[in-house]
Design a protein around this ligand. Structure first.
Ligand code: GDP
Length: 444
């Protein structure tokens, strides 16, 4: 993930401030050095880093910490606010009819992002269509078509036509029923004149409501030139940063966004259509700092629940966080996980979980494979309501009965109970790990 080690190194440094109520210049110096090191390593522009660290230094020493706040939380809050300010606001993308044009170099992730964004809009209740105008890259048509099939969204392309402007025009007509049109364009290995004139012509034909530049998180300092050139030719309203799931540094893209006065609209976090997030500065930075992100978590869980088709159920992940964790919760969670992705990724979004706690867990605490999940489901079907509510009360005779009823081995029934205990303990640990000031800060 972008700026990956900022969170852990910063937490370490901030921990040295624990218990202190006054903060010295040396303390702040230490924190700022950590931030500088991480940001520079992540390819953020030097002058940007220097400005940011000056502000953090100044504010930490000048501003009086509110009563009852520790020195650590005082500095953490300032770092948080300054980083949120650095990444800027999210690009305004209203949920209404619109046409979006995607620009960017070849391989930046345009085609993938087009399908992902269409999927995202469809989940928000709008009818999207992707129009593929990339006639330059062999395979672009098939790739886009296949991704749109997976995203279950409308697709238009014409493999027999080599005029992107004509495809764009015909595509808009052919998909006129759609509410959101996402027009994918060709890229090149570098910015060339013919790429620019082609995209300008598509821009005139399509007359988009917003144009988004797709940037690979690994791009480094070259991002700025790209952003300015595309901005000059078609006007860039926002940026999509892709491949944040990899080892990419991301700082170059952040710098480009800052220096061109642009903003970030979406983040790409994987190769699948569902691996997209709307960029939200507060949650992005809280996650980066290891403060978790309840909002994203809730959104994901809601979406997953919707897809599980269990709308009547008012299962609330926050209840789970409060510690009432029954086998029913576990069943819901196992169902939801199918649609949400691996639990350890989800845990990164829970406040306090991103950091040390997760590392202390046994590896298999979170490892519930699809096969095991199915076996668990069968076993749970043979359990009574009471047993589901209070799995700790399940004794040997019940284990035998459940095993017989479900046609599973007793060992498997015990394994399920064990898994439940482990997950319950994990949540308890998490509750212990979250500190009060941090909770208040998240609620702000
Ligand atoms: P285009 O040439 O700009 O249309 O780029 P593509 O959409 O074809 O993406 C180039 C490669 O990057 C493909 O192999 C994609 O699967 C991959 N890719 C795109 N977005 C992401 C992402 O967010 N994460 C990961 N891991 N891979 C991505």
């Amino acid at each position: 993930m972008v700026l990956d080690d900022l969170g852990s190194s910063l937490r370490g440094t901030l921990d040295t401030l624990r218990g202190k109520s006054r903060i010295s210049e040396e303390d702040v110096e230490e924190v700022v050095k950590e931030i500088q090191r991480s940001l520079l390593q992540a390819d953020v522009d030097v002058s940007l880093v220097m400005d940011l660290s000056d502000r953090i230094k100044e504010r930490s020493l000048d501003e009086e910490p509110p009563k009852g706040t520790t020195a650590r939380d005082h500095v953490l809050r300032i770092v948080y606010e300054e980083l949120v300010d650095l990444v800027g606001e999210s690009t305004d993308i209203p949920l209404e009819e619109q046409t979006i044009l995607l620009a960017g170099l070849q391989g930046s992730g345009k085609t993938t992002s087009a399908a992902k964004m269409a999927w995202w809009f469809s989940k928000k209740g709008l009818r999207p269509a992707v129009i593929q105008t990339d006639t330059f890259r062999p395979g672009a048509y098939d790739q886009a078509k296949e991704m749109c099939r997976r995203a279950e969204v409308e697709f238009y392309g014409d493999p027999d036509c080599d005029d992107p402007v004509q495809i764009a025009r015909e595509g808009l007509e052919a998909t006129s029923d759609a509410e959101v049109h996402i027009v994918d364009t060709a890229g090149r290995h570098a910015l060339e004149d013919d790429l620019i004139s082609e995209i300008e012509e598509i821009d005139r034909t399509v007359d988009p409501d917003r144009s988004l530049l797709v940037l690979d998180a690994a791009i480094g300092q070259g991002a700025k030139d790209q952003a300015s050139q595309f901005d000059e030719s078609i006007g860039i309203d926002g940026v999509v940063i892709t491949k944040l799931d990899g080892t990419a540094k991301g700082g170059g893209a952040l710098t480009a966004v800052d220096q061109t006065d642009s903003s970030i609209g979406f983040l790409g976090t994987g190769e699948e259509v569902k691996d997209i997030e709307r960029f939200e500065p507060e949650s992005f930075i809280s996650r980066l700092l290891g403060m978790g992100d309840l909002k994203q978590l809730t959104e994901r869980v809601e979406r997953a629940m919707e897809e599980t088709g269990d709308e009547e159920d008012d299962w609330d992940p926050e209840d789970m966080l409060k510690g009432e964790f029954t086998l029913k919760d576990m069943q819901k969670q196992l169902e939801a996980m199918n649609n949400m992705g691996p639990l350890d990724q989800i845990m990164d979004m829970i406040p306090g979980m991103g950091g040390g706690i997760k590392d202390q867990l046994p590896d298999d605490a979170m490892d519930v494979t699809q096969d095991r999940m199915r076996r668990f489901e069968i076993i749970m079907d043979s359990m009574t309501e009471k047993e589901m509510e209070n799995p700790r009360g399940v004794g040997q005779t019940q284990v035998e009965r459940i095993a017989r009823g479900s046609g599973c081995a007793e060992e498997e029934v015990r394994e399920l109970l064990q898994q439940h205990k482990m997950m319950e303990r994990t949540l308890k640990q998490f509750q212990g790990g979250m500190d009060g000031d941090m909770q208040r800060m998240m609620k702000k």
